[in-house]
Design a protein. Sequence first.
Length: 94
Amino acid sequence: MYSKKDKLQMKSDCIQKNTQEGRVMDVLLKRGKITSIEAIQKLGNTRLSATIWTLRHAYDIPIETTYKTVKTRWGKKVSVGVYEVDIGVAGNMY
């Protein structure tokens, strides 16, 4: 029987590394979470929600969305989505 960690790693191995999905999955496995601004700045991915949808539906990766409130540079409060995989599973893989 495979553990959650093993199953997630096997699913991740099916994703090509030089694609948007592969780059986002690599960040999720190493850090456990990613936001849109991080995806734009670090990966050049301006469509993170679409990439997450593909990972969830095409590769069956369990990614949760949580929201945190942050202030913009003008002081307005906005909600930002944070996409996460289980830290217990992903964080211990490397």
